[in-house]
Unconditional design. Structure first.
Lengths: 79, 833
């Protein structure tokens, strides 16, 4: 399965969320089929709450991993 | 340029201002809507410094969020669909579950229940919803026992077994929490255990019933596993083998099976293989090492094709075996007893069919047990009346009909299968069972043919004995008369002279008297069988005289082969003469067509055990041989029996008398005979090497009278006395006469005192009503120990006659005696001095 990594570190929260949503929307079909998953690299702490909640509302599975000074959020097909 | 145009045109300026204001408002609107949407999405509003207007337009947050909403809505729809499916599934489960499910709110108000609840508790759906569950189901249950309340109180699942509406119910109450952790409802599941418990109870009862059956069974029941370990045995088994319940565990069937049971190994293998499970007998050993016999069956137990072990049911048959053995022994004993009984025994069943027949009955009827069994008794046992020859009905039938025993005495003749006839007596008794019903009959009978013959013979003997007594009595008297007749004829002869008719007639009378004398002797011997009065005699003369006499007047003649130097013998001439006469008469009768009797006599010496009946010594052998019809073999050993005769007119005494005379002489008699060739009788008499006296035969006129001495004659018979007196006178003696012993003693004493003693005393042995010679001799010898007494009697039965010397007599004269007899004996007695 392909993992599409999107580095949006350096952006503020709402914008981070919007960027993440835009990427999810664009690849929704792929994700639902389980053909790919998205990995967002972020450094905005607020976005670790907003991105997983929004992705879960859309029915995706989300994991958050804390890295050194940033976060990796993976969004994949629902279980 | 734009600046310039603003400057150029105030209107334009104003329009620009207007446009600026509208743009700002539009941007404000977009920013506000974006923030609203972001808030809906759950994030904070955009800060103005975060996105400038251009970026805002370029980024198109509203578009992004709208797209995201599409995703959210799609997800919600999926979720709803899944929820609907789940709901449908739960509803299906809810309704179709095998247990009752009830949903209540925390105040126990009924929210929902399934169909099973309706069935279990008979609830109507309309009536029940909204009611409090306790009012519907378990009105009496206390709060502490209510699972729903307990679940609410503890916020945990609670399980209770309860009796609801007559049913035993296992109830589980599970609280359901809302998202705030508050109990919103309680799900109650009711599992009806009534059937299961009833089934358990039934199973338990069934088990108890079977256990009861097994434990109370009198049969020995065992279950043994594949290795032979005992798994279960019942009470009867333990009792029979003497083990307690605790001892069974760890025991093997091989501890119990007797090592002598050689069949058990193969039998067990056969059962293990599932081949066989039939009945068989074996031996068990008890704890006390006693052997018991059991009979029963063993069958294999399989589960899924695997051999688990065997089950066996046995019965203790030790007692039965013992009883059977005892019964068999009893039967054997009875059979042996019956077969050994001297009487014939036949038992029948109620129909008169033969059940048992013993050996004697087999012999008498001629039917063997194997052939007789089952046949009608009448067939085996045909009876006829001895006198009339008519059939006699079988007494068994009568006994079977009447049930009363009966006896048949005397005259029944049983004709055996071989045609032989048996005179029988029988008795028949019914065989009764415990209820005294007749179940058969037992016939006991005896062959009395021989007994009857014996009785007849005894009767005959008695008859002859009484005849003998009569004859003996007559002979005694006749003898005395004859004595006088003979003596007087002799006297007459002496006076008659040698010639003339008187002499001839007296001689004839003498001869006839002599015959009469022989006859009386024979009569006396027949009647009394007297002991021989032995005298030394010459056998040859005796044989010749007697045999010639016996064949006189017949067509039989005698040829003699008598050895010249034949020894003499001490014999009773009268008796031996009778023996020769009997043999000769028999020989004559055996040759009705006439013929020759060869009579031989020779000296014979027998060594030890050379002849079975004779002691070692010298004998005179006399052989009388005829060539007559002979004696059948079966009669040979009976001819000497008294009263055995094959002649229609025979007394059966001739040979018997012969036998007894010879044996009394210390001799023996043998016979050889063959039918058609004749008979040979051989007599052996002990020989005496002394010379026989040759009696003087005085002839002619009496010698010159001279007194030879005084003789005292004692006899109660006056005629005898007188005749004796004359004879003594003729012989030259002086005779005195006395009628009895007392007188004789008196006379003897007086004569002695007078100095003229008697030379001899002749005494009659018996004096009826007075003192005879037997009693007198002792006293006489007391008076004169040298006294010479001669005993005189017609009876030679008295032992005194045979052994006169032992009684003190010096001599003997047998009445009737001739003058020569008397003279010779006196000479002998007196000459001894």
């Amino acid at each position: 399965m392909e993992t599409i990594e999107i580095d949006i570190r350096g952006q503020l929260c709402p914008a981070t969320l919007l960027v993440a949503l835009k990427e999810i929307n664009a690849r929704a079909a792929l994700l639902r089929k389980g053909a790919a998953k998205l990995a967002f690299l972020i450094d905005n702490r607020d976005a670790t709450g907003t991105i997983p909640e929004s992705a879960a509302n859309m029915g995706f599975a989300v994991t958050v991993e804390r890295q050194d000074g940033w976060y990796r959020i993976e969004v994949s097909a629902p279980h | 340029m734009a600046l310039s145009s603003q400057q150029q045109d105030p209107d334009l300026r104003q329009e620009v201002e207007e446009l600026r204001r509208k743009h700002a408002a539009a941007m404000q609107y977009i920013r506000a809507k974006t923030d609203q949407l972001l808030t809906v999405m759950g994030t904070s509003p955009l800060r103005p410094e975060e996105l400038d207007e251009n970026t805002l337009i370029e980024l198109d947050p509203i578009g992004i969020i709208s797209d995201s909403f599409v995703q959210v809505l799609r997800h919600l729809k999926d979720t709803n669909e899944q929820l609907q499916v789940a709901h449908d599934e739960i509803t299906a489960i809810f309704e179709s579950a095998g247990m009752g499910i009830l949903v209540v709110d925390p105040s126990l108000r009924v929210l929902a229940f399934n169909r099973k609840i309706e069935e279990q508790f008979g609830l109507g759906r309309d009536a029940a919803e909204g009611m409090i569950c306790r009012d519907l189901l378990c009105r009496t249950v206390m709060d502490a026992d209510c699972p729903a309340l307990q679940a609410i109180a503890t916020a945990k699942s609670v399980r209770r077994e309860m009796d609801l509406s007559g049913r035993h119910v296992d109830t589980i109450a599970t609280p359901i929490l809302d998202k705030n952790g508050v109990i919103s409802r309680v799900v109650l599941v009711y599992m009806d255990q009534t059937e299961r418990i009833r089934a358990q109870d039934d199973l338990k009862k069934s088990e108890e019933r079977y256990r009861d059956l097994f434990e109370n069974s009198t049969d020995l029941i065992q279950i043994v596993d594949a290795n032979g370990s005992i798994q279960y045995v019942n009470q009867a088994w333990r009792a029979a083998l003497g083990y307690g319940p605790a001892e069974i565990a760890g025991m093997s069937i091989f501890d119990v099976v007797h090592p002598d049971c050689t069949d058990c190994g193969p039998e067990f293998k056969s059962i293990v293989c599932g081949h066989k499970g039939g009945r068989f007998e074996t031996l068990f050993i008890t704890k006390e090492r006693e052997t018991i016999a059991v009979e029963g069956s063993v069958s294999p137990m399989f589960e899924g094709g695997v051999f688990l072990g065997t089950r066996g049911i046995f019965r203790d048959i030790t007692e039965r075996k013992r009883a059977e053995a005892e019964a068999a022994a009893e039967r054997e004993r009875l059979a042996v007893t019956l077969r050994s009984i001297g009487d014939g025994v036949i038992t029948t069943d109620i129909h008169g069919a033969v059940v048992l027949i013993n050996k004697v009955a087999e012999r008498l009827t001629g039917w063997r047990q194997e052939e007789a069994r089952g046949r009608r008794i009448n067939e085996l046992f045909p009876l006829k009346d001895e006198r009339t020859g008519e059939g006699i009905p079988c007494p068994v039938d009568r006994v079977l009909q009447t049930g009363a025993p009966c006896e048949l005495e005397g005259n029944a003749i049983l004709t055996g299968r071989d045609g032989r006839r048996h005179l029988i007596t029988d008795s028949v008794a019914p065989i009764l069972d415990r209820e005294s019903s007749v179940i058969g009959a037992v016939l006991v009978f005896r062959d009395i043919t021989e007994r009857k013959k014996l009785e007849d013979r005894v009767n005959k003997t008695e008859k002859i004995e009484s005849l003998g007594v009569l004859a003996g009595g007559i002979a005694h008297d006749f003898n005395n008369l004859l004595n006088s007749i003979i003596a007087n004829i002799e006297i007459g002869l002496r006076f008659a002279g040698p010639d003339g008719e008187v002499q001839k007639s007296l001689a004839r009378a003498q001869k006839a008297s002599s015959r009469a004398k022989d006859l009386t002797q024979q009569l006396l011997t027949f009647s009394k069988g007297g002991a021989p009065v032995k005298k030394l005699a010459s056998i040859a003369d005796l044989i010749r005289d007697t045999a010639d006499f016996g064949t006189r007047g017949t067509n039989v003649r005698c040829e003699y082969e008598l050895a010249p130097n034949l020894w003499n013998a001490e014999i009773d001439e009268g008796q031996i003469s009778q023996v020769i006469q009997n043999l000769v008469i028999n020989a004559v009768e055996a040759m009705p067509q006439g013929g020759t009797i060869r009579i031989g006599a020779a000296n014979r010496r027998f060594g030890r055990a050379e002849h079975p009946a004779l002691a070692e010594g010298n004998y005179i052998a006399i052989v009388v041989r005829d060539h007559g019809k002979g004696i059948p073999r079966e009669d040979l050993n009976r001819i000497f029996e008294p009263y055995f005769t094959t002649k229609p007119s025979g007394s059966g005494l001739g040979l018997a008398t012969t036998y007894s005379i010879i044996t009394r002489h210390g001799g023996a008699i043998d016979v050889e005979s063959a039918v058609g060739t004749g008979s040979t009788f051989s007599l052996y008499l002990p020989a005496s090497l002394a010379d026989a006296p040759r009696p003087e035969r005085p002839t002619g006129p009496l010698p010159h009278r001279e007194t030879r001495g005084r003789i005292l004659v004692m006899d109660d018979d006056e005629l005898i006395r007188e005749t004796a007196g004359v004879l003594l006178d003729l012989l030259g003696y002086d005779a005195d006469l006395a009628p009895d012993g007392d007188r004789a003693l008196d006379m003897y004493r007086r004569a002695q005192q007078a100095g003229a003693p008697y030379a001899a005393v002749i005494m009659d042995l018996t004096v009826p009503g007075g003192k005879g010679g037997k009693a007198t001799i002792r006293q006489l010898l007391e008076i004169d120990p040298q006294a010479k007494a001669i005993v005189s009697s017609g009876y030679s039965t008295d032992a005194v006659m045979a052994t006169y010397a032992q009684h003190g007599f010096a001599g003997i004269v047998v009445k009737p005696y001739t003058i020569e007899d008397l003279g010779a004996e006196l000479q002998r007695v007196l000459g001894k001095n």
